[in-house]
Structure formats: C-alpha cells, structure tokens
Design a protein around this ligand. Structure first.
Ligand code: SF4
Length: 502
C-alpha cells in the first residue's frame, strides 16, 4: 500500500515539515526488521495559497491507500475540508490525522468528522509505524493494542492507552543525514532543525509540553553532522526550532560554536530565554549571524505569570537584554494580550518597561486558547471567552474588555509599523524623553492619527517617509509641545529617505 504523508504550510518555501520526515525515517528504519519489506512512503506538502480542488487533484494523482495529515492550528480547517471531499471521491482511502491539533481533539474529530478513520495521539513515530504494519490489509485491520491510537469501531470510538515517549530521541533518524531531505533542492531556502524534543516547563496556555513532557536531546555528534551538512549547502537561514534553544546554556554554546565553525554565510533563527543569555552567549550569537531571535515572556505582571505557571526573573532578564543590545543583535520580545489578570493597563506597563530597555522589537500576540491546554480548562474561571474554531483567539476576559482587545490589535500594528520601521524610532525616544510621554501613549496616538487615512497604505516605508513629519507635528500639538517640532524635525528628516523631503 502506498502511504502519503502530507500537511499544509503557511507559505511556499517553508515546506520542510520535519514531523513528516521523522515519521517516514522512523517507518523506513523499523518496518523492514518487523515485516521484511519497506512500504512506499511519499511526502507531499501543500501551502495555504493552493486551492482545495488543486490539492485534491494532486493527492488523487498519487494514488495513496493511506494518507496521514500533520495538523496544526493554521491548517486544521483546510485539512478537514480536504478530508471530507477526498472521502467522497475515494471512500476506500484510509485517512489518519496526527499533530498538536489532532491529539487533544481525537474524540471530537472522530465523533464529528466521518471522513477521519484514525487519530494518532502524542508522539507519533512508533504508533504510526505500528499502525502501518496492521494496515497491510485495511479491511480487516485490528487496531486494538496499538498505543496512542484512536479510531472508530462501528459506532463506538476507541481510545487506546497513551504511548510512553521514546526513551532516546536519537532513535528517530535525522531527515538530513538519512538523505530524506535533499538539500540540493533549489527551492530550499530556509532550513529547520531541532536539536532537542520536549519541554520541562509547564506553561498553561501551551500544548507542546503535553505532547512532549520530557526534554530529550538529539546527540550532539548528530547535531554537529547535521549542521556541517546543512551549512555546506549555504542556505539563507537555519531555523533552530527548539522551544527554548538555550535552556541548557552550556550545550547551546557548544552548538553555536559548531554553527560558527561550519557556517558559510547563513543566518540563524532561534528562540531563547533572555534570562539565560550572558555576554559569551550574546557574542556567539552575533558571530553566528543570529539575525532573528525570539524571546517569549508573555507578560511581566506577577499575578498573570503565576496564573499561567510561568517563571520570570526580572533582574536576569534585564542582564540578558543588555548583553543582546551590546552586540546589537536583532531580537523580538513577545507578549500575549488577554491572559488571566492581564488588563489593559498592566499590558501597557509591561510594554513601557520593555521599551525602556530600547529593545530591537516588541510584539503583542493574541491569546489562542488551544485545545488540550490547562488554560482552556480554566478559561471560564478567568472569564476568558474565545472562538471554538482554530485559531481559537480570545476576545475578552475578566480583566480585558472586547474593545480593549481590539484596541491592542491596532496598537500591535502600530508597534510593527512605527517602532520597527527605524524611521521614527529615534524620534519616538527623543519625544518621550523631552515631552515625558510614554512610548505606549505615543503608539496609541499613532493609531488615532493613522485612522484618518481611509485606505491602509500598501507601501508602508514609503508612507512613513512621507507622513512621519506630519505625525510629529500632530504629536507636538496634541501634547502642547509645539517647540519640540523644530527641535526634533531635523533628526527625523535625516532618517527619512524620500524625494518628498530632500
Ligand atoms: S510555552 Fe515554551 S517554555 Fe512554555 S511549556 Fe510551551 S514550549 Fe515550554
């Protein structure tokens, strides 16, 4: 039987879905020993811009007997739509779902979606490999006893017991070293890599640690070989997808040194905990061309942090940020809006405190109340109301009204456009210092001022170049600091690179 492993990625060019290659590698490695032959496993990833009929046509052309979809927040609705239509065209096709959107929803999916035959819950490699052995003869397949699998038996939905995690992450073949991913492929620009699997933290809004509750490292020797191979192909970017790359600072430094040793011009993208950054690590990140660093803190409000079960050490965080600033690294600090006890004022306080450190970038994400998370179970007690369709955004809580959530959305846009543009950033800080107005207030002024323009500017840098002097004038008038306009305008015009102001 031909097996098709598939998923839908957000955009073309991000289509190396490691999860599918882990499954394929594990099946190919273990199946011959158990059955004496390898199945034919094909991977085909689609992207969000492809329409459903085209995707279905593509799948039918491949003639699979079983299709496994890897489901995430951003693709579950489209995948379900595809499954319904596929099943109508090919009723005999076995459809299996896995991934963080399927695991916690196994009961709900199997009850509501007749097109879905099986859901693989939790860590999928071993469960999927065993499933394929039993599915040699789909019509008579007996799935009892395969841990981590849910399925329909007549009108009953059966959930087999949970499967324990693989003891050794290294048992899963490397998609790169095994040659499953062909790095010579010209379409590959950005290369994802995991150096570990799992997380030992227990943030209430997150599902990742429920799937992978134990932190397991891929052997360092394997990581080194992978980096050597990947970097020899000179990709544009290597994205280390570990949830907290520097959770073990010594190991992280060793990996950074490997990256520097083999790098031939690639950029590095990592997710870090700022509290664990010291000067040596910041220096290594700089040498490794770390041009995109994500730092999720979600809130600085102690009550919120306690409610979501997250630790935050303010002093260590400041030290870490200073180290990153010293090496002029580009990083993004992430906050989340409608978390428990996070009201509008406390979020603005967090924002102004972060801006006082002159960070490269701060973003505010909308709270997604994910299936299977502790926060989802407790949402009612915090008055959090949210959409029951992916991406499950919250629209209000006891602490934050609907209008405030909407306002924060606009503010997040202003942060992205005005603060990050670099055109206005220095003027922003200068105005703050001289007029005594908080950065969050200036950003809110921008939201009000920009709403005058009926049509959203398409070319934003161009818009900023043309209009930012006008905004400065507005700010000065609004805060009764007319004289500041003449003081700050020359500095602003120096950064404006537009024919309008030459
Ligand atoms: S949010 Fe990050 S640190 Fe927290 S449990 Fe999830 S993966 Fe771990």
């Amino acid at each position: 039987m031909k097996i098709l492993l598939s998923s839908i990625c957000l955009e073309a060019g991000t289509d190396i879905q490691l999860a599918l290659y882990y499954l394929k590698g594990y099946v190919l490695k273990n199946r011959p020993a158990q059955t004496g032959h390898s199945p034919e496993v094909v991977i085909q990833v689609f992207n969000e811009n492809q329409n459903i009929p085209a995707i279905i046509k593509n799948i039918i052309r491949l003639k699979p007997g079983l299709i496994g979809f890897s489901c995430y927040l951003w693709n579950i609705e489209k995948i379900l739509n595809i499954c319904r239509r596929l099943k109508k065209i090919r009723p005999g096709l076995k459809i299996v779902l896995g991934g963080p959107e399927a695991s916690p929803r196994a009961q709900d999916l199997l009850a509501k979606e007749k097109a879905i035959d099986i859901v693989v819950r939790g860590e999928g490699e071993e469960s999927f490999a065993q499933l394929l052995i039993r599915m040699e003869h789909p019509a008579t397949a007996d799935l009892s006893g395969i841990r981590g699998v849910s399925f329909r038996k007549g009108i009953e939905i059966i959930h087999n017991p949970q499967r324990p995690l693989l003891r050794n992450a290294g048992d899963i073949p490397s998609p790169y070293l095994s040659g499953l991913i062909d790095l010579k492929d010209k379409n590959i620009v950005d290369v994802p890599l995991e150096t570990m699997r799992g997380c030992s933290s227990r943030c209430d809004y997150c599902y990742y640690h429920k799937n992978f509750p134990v932190l397991r490292y891929f052997p360092l020797k394997r990581v080194e070989k992978e980096l050597k191979l990947i970097l020899s192909h000179k990709p544009h970017e290597v994205y280390l997808m570990d949830p907290t790359f520097n959770s073990n600072p010594r190991r992280a430094k060793k990996i950074l040194k490997m990256f520097i040793r083999y790098n031939q011009g690639a950029n590095l993208h990592v997710e870090l905990k700022a509290e664990l950054v010291d000067e040596e690590m910041a220096g290594l990140l700089s040498q490794a061309n770390a041009y995109n660093i994500e730092i999720g803190i979600q809130s600085t409000n102690p009550r919120t942090l306690k409610a979501i079960n997250r630790r935050f050490n303010k002093e260590k965080f400041i030290k870490g940020i200073r180290c990153l600033n010293k090496f002029k690294l580009y990083y993004e600090i992430q906050l989340i809006d409608a978390l428990p006890h996070q009201n509008y004022d406390s979020l603005m306080k967090s924002l102004d405190w972060l801006y006082s450190m002159h960070p490269a970038k701060v973003v505010i994400f909308r709270l997604a109340v994910l299936p299977g998370t502790t926060l989802r179970n407790k949402a009612k007690s915090f008055g959090i109301e949210y959409s029951h369709r992916a991406p499950y955004f919250a629209w209000k809580s006891n602490a934050m009204a609907y209008a405030e959530v909407k306002n924060i959305e606009k503010l997040a846009y202003a942060m992205d456009r005005l603060y990050d543009s670099q055109v206005f950033q220095k003027t922003l800080y200068a105005f703050k210092a001289k007029a005594g107005v908080k950065i969050s207030a200036i950003l809110q002024d921008w939201v009000i001022w920009e709403s005058r323009f009926k049509r959203k500017p398409v070319d934003y840098p161009e818009f900023l170049n043309r209009k930012s002097p006008m905004f400065l004038q507005y700010l000065c008038r609004k805060h009764s600091k007319a004289r500041l306009y003449t003081d700050l305008l020359p500095g602003l015009l120096k950064r404006v690179c537009s024919p309008y102001h030459k």
